[in-house]
Design a protein around this ligand. Structure first.
Ligand SMILES: Cc1cc2nc3c(=O)[nH]c(=O)nc-3n(C[C@H](O)[C@H](O)[C@H](O)COP(=O)(O)OP(=O)(O)OC[C@H]3O[C@@H](n4cnc5c(N)ncnc54)[C@H](O)[C@@H]3O)c2cc1C
Length: 803
């Protein structure tokens, strides 16, 4: 065993081996993999090996397509067969909702360049004769599906890595990890120690244990999973071509050919976690006892939908554990506060995702950036609120819903409420319908009565539609009150605070008492954040950003922080907020404060400490609604008093609560983009139309050079707003944009702009396309005419917010 290496990868499952291979491919050859047993000894060896490109996050879907296309490459380098069978696949729908969901998938696939088509039930039965047509109404056909040999794939990665300089140490268990002062690691194994610059935790079933070695509790959990292999089926044996990969969503089962029979697996509703607290080290190449009772309801449906399989009998049952994160997507990337420690775990579909995970992580380690938009897999999407109990509840929920339709307006119930603010019960009393973001409850809209405080889940406009319209109207014509505690809040202090902020953010920092809006760029000049920065004193700044990205942004900032002269703190829920917005918001607030709120003394983009009623607060004249408005920040102990005071003072103006749904509608008609939708690390600031917030003439800042180049070229795409000729459903994001009959771009977010009475969609199109030609946007598989809007549909000159 080597005594010093650049990287030690822990875990010889499909994921660890993929990371090892990709590190060598990216140019790091002094890399080793440590496996406590034989390769594949975790969840990998008993996997069904199925693979497909479908994922709720299109960026993850793209990486799944990369994985499937990678197998040829590793076979060539290693000489090891991966046992690839690209059979193509069908996803069957038995209900209208499912059929619409599949149409949405097909739409997304279109802009990703994935080859999918909707087919009739007769066509599906022609291609997959084992099905009984009467249970289905149609299907999605996808050419890029099939299955692989799990062991073949894992060994092919490992061999290909070895060919390129890596070493693999089997039967070597990592027992502990100790960090040296310089951030490198002593890797303590049962075969001796190793000094590694970087450590990758690809421990699969034992990823939690390798996390605990460094004080980390990773939010993942293994679930038991069962599949059966049928006895030989004459129709399968006689078929000249291999059977398709099949997902029957309504039966909650998946299938593929295995020998002359079929493999049928299910994600049952009453899923059972395995080793909830810790994974035994002596678990190896073994299976869990079968529990056919548990999956009997799904099997019954399966045998009814596919009678030939039911008639064949069961040859073998496999029950094995594999891990999931709370949302079912992998946990990838560096850990905030832990230098040179990386994770690649909770990969629930190793044969669809393992390649993409290895590619992104190795890019990140070698080049400092994952090289793709992997927000959906980034480990930083969870904070310390993702406790073991939260993870347990969410993983069970996710498992039970694996093949269920997720509606765009659906909020999942497990592990809620977890984080609440002091006015939670006050909002409940106002019949708030809540959602959760980053574990924090926040109001989506307010129903007229308790009985109506329930949103039907649908792809169409829901029962909340008309009520949200009223909330929007109240803001635009009077005054609205909204809780804004979900935003992330930070304080940057110290003598070098301004110099540092000016280095990490792209805009000039504001004068004292003022606010600046600023994007944050990575070294490639791409958008990694979008902030409101207020200067409170020469050495004190207050920053507001996207709540779901708090950990993501803190990780970046801490890594770019000098040793002294500046400190940063994320407030989390230690600071909570309320916003009043609308033409009457100033008069309302003025009733409660001594400061002069007139535009002359507290103009748009002002920020200062203020007493509001009894409460000490920080207040800014800014609002994401695009209207006159104020954002007010207080310590939690004051929030109820502030809330009561604002409501009381607002009575005479008929103040109305509004929630996140109304805010979405209001910001869309103003053409305001938002993090994780319009602003993501695949877009540049000029492409995103943020030109006026980039100051290339100030000091040097991260991403400046790349941004300057983008300014010159104009970038390859541009963010635009469409008014869509929608009927009873609006865009939600990820729909393709058509121009003169060709797919040219995609929607990032959309919805109904109630006040403007327009269905609005924001999205990216190629920079070269001007306003001419015919645009269409796909909604639920239907191409709807769309008009390019040169200016926001509401208040294009921004006079309202500056009023
Ligand atoms: C029944 C079943 C069916 C499945 N079907 C499919 C399917 O059809 N398609 C699909 O894509 N996926 C499927 N999966 C999921 C798939 O198996 C996983 O996505 C994949 O195996 C995850 O691989 P991994 O490398 O992350 O983890 P693992 O396979 O668990 O590998 C982790 C490895 O790390 C080693 N290790 C851990 N800690 C240490 C340490 N401290 N020191 C040294 N070594 C260590 C372990 O020994 C193990 O070999 C299925 C899983 C099951 C159980």
């Amino acid at each position: 065993m080597k005594s010093h290496v650049q990287v030690a990868v822990i875990g010889g499952g499909v994921v660890g081996c993929s990371v090892l291979y990709h590190l060598t491919k990216a140019g790091w050859h002094d890399v080793v993999l440590l496996e406590r047993d034989e390769l594949t000894s975790g969840s990998t060896w008993h996997a069904a090996g199925g693979m497909h490109t479908i994922n709720g996050d299109p960026n993850v879907a793209k990486l799944q397509a990369y994985t499937i296309n990678l197998y040829k490459e590793i076979e060539q380098i290693s000489g090891q067969s991966c046992g690839v069978h690209i059979t193509a696949g069908i996803m069957l729908a038995a209900t209208k909702e499912r059929f619409e969901f599949l149409k949405m998938m097909r739409s997304r696939g279109r802009y990703l360049g994935l080859d999918m088509e909707m087919i009739s039930v007769d066509e599906a039965a022609r291609r997959f004769p084992l099905m009984d047509k009467k249970h289905f109404i149609g299907a999605l056909y996808n050419t890029l599906e099939g299955h692989v040999d799990p062991s073949g794939v894992t060994h092919a990665y490992a061999k290909a890595a070895r060919v390129q300089g890596a070493e693999v140490y089997r039967f070597t268990r990592v027992k502990d990890l100790k960090q040296r002062p310089d951030g490198t690691w002593d890797v303590i194994t049962d075969k001796g120690n190793l000094h590694a610059e970087h450590v990758v935790n690809a421990g699969g079933l034992w990823a939690r244990e390798s996390g605990r070695m460094v004080g980390l509790e990773l939010p993942l959990l293994a679930m038991e999973h069962q599949y059966i292999i049928s006895d030989d089926i004459p129709e399968v044996a006689a078929s000249p071509t291999e059977m398709l990969h099949v997902i029957d969503f309504d039966g909650e089962i998946y299938m593929r050919q295995e020998g002359k029979g079929m493999l049928m697996g299910t994600y049952e509703r009453a899923g059972v976690p395995w080793s909830e607290r810790e994974t035994p080290w002596n678990f190896g190449h073994e299976l869990l006892p079968n529990d056919l009772e548990r999956i009997a309801p799904s099997l019954e449906v399966g045998f009814e939908h596919f009678p030939k399989i039911g008639q064949a009998g069961i040859k073998r049952v496999v029950n094995g554990p594999f891990t999931f994160a709370p949302d079912g997507n992998p946990l990838v990337g560096p850990i905030r506060g832990l230098k040179n420690y990386w994770v690649a775990c909770a990969v629930m579909a190793g044969f669809s995702q393992g390649g993409g995970v290895g590619l992104s992580l190795s890019n990140w380690m070698v080049h400092g950036d994952p090289g793709a938009d992997i927000w959906g897999m980034d480990v930083s999407r969870y904070g310390d609120w993702a406790t073991m109990a939260y993870t347990n509840a969410k993983v069970r929920e996710n498992y039970s819903r694996r093949f269920r339709v997720r509606f765009p307006n659906e909020e999942l119930a497990a592990a809620r409420p977890l984080r609440t603010t002091p006015i939670y019960d006050r909002l409940q009393a106002q019949n708030a319908v809540f959602g959760a973001a980053y574990g924090l409850e926040h109001a989506l809209w307010f129903a007229p009565s308790k009985e109506q405080a329930n949103e039907e889940v649908t792809f169409y406009r829901s029962n909340a539609h008309d009520i949200v319209a009223q909330e929007c109207k109240a803001v635009r014509e009077g005054v609205g009150l909204m809780e804004i505690s979900t935003y992330a809040k930070y304080e940057v202090t110290g003598p070098d605070a301004e110099t540092w902020l000016s280095r990490v953010l792209a805009n000039r920092m504001p004068q004292q008492g003022r606010i600046a809006l600023t994007p944050m760029l990575n070294h490639e000049g791409k958008l990694i954040g979008d902030f409101t920065v207020a200067k409170l004193a020469a050495d004190r700044f207050f920053i507001i950003g996207s709540g779901i990205a708090e950990n993501y942004h803190m990780r970046w900032w801490e890594r770019h922080m000098p040793e002294r002269g500046v400190a940063i703190r994320a407030f989390g829920a230690e600071l909570v907020g309320l916003s009043v917005a609308g033409p009457k918001s100033r008069t309302l607030l003025q009733k409660l404060v001594k400061d002069d709120l007139s535009t002359a003394s507290f103009p748009f983009l002002s920020f200062r400490k203020m007493e509001i009623g009894l409460v000490p607060a920080l207040a800014g004249r800014i609002s994401f609604t695009g209207d006159l408005g104020y954002e007010i920040w207080v310590k939690p102990e004051y929030q109820r008093t502030l809330y009561d005071a604002l409501l009381e003072a607002g009575k005479e103006f008929a103040i109305r609560h509004f929630g996140a749904r109304a805010l979405q509608s209001l910001r869309l008609e103003k053409g305001f983009g938002t993090w994780a939708r319009e602003y993501r690390p695949i877009y540049g600031p000029y492409e995103a139309g943020l030109d006026r917030f980039i100051d290339l003439r100030k000091n040097d800042f991260i991403g400046r050079e790349a941004a300057a180049k983008e300014k010159q070229t104009g970038g390859t795409r541009r963010l635009v707003t469409f008014a869509v000729d929608a009927t009873d459903a609006d865009t939600i994001g990820d729909e393709p944009v058509w121009h003169d009959g060709k797919v040219v771009g995609w929607i990032t977010s959309g919805g109904y702009a109630h006040y403007s009475k327009t269905s609005v969609a924001m999205g990216y199109i190629p920079a070269g396309i001007n306003g001419s030609g015919k645009f269409e946007v796909e909604i639920l598989g239907e191409r709807r005419p769309a008009r390019l809007c040169a200016k926001p549909v509401f208040d294009p000159d921004g006079t309202r917010m500056r009023a």
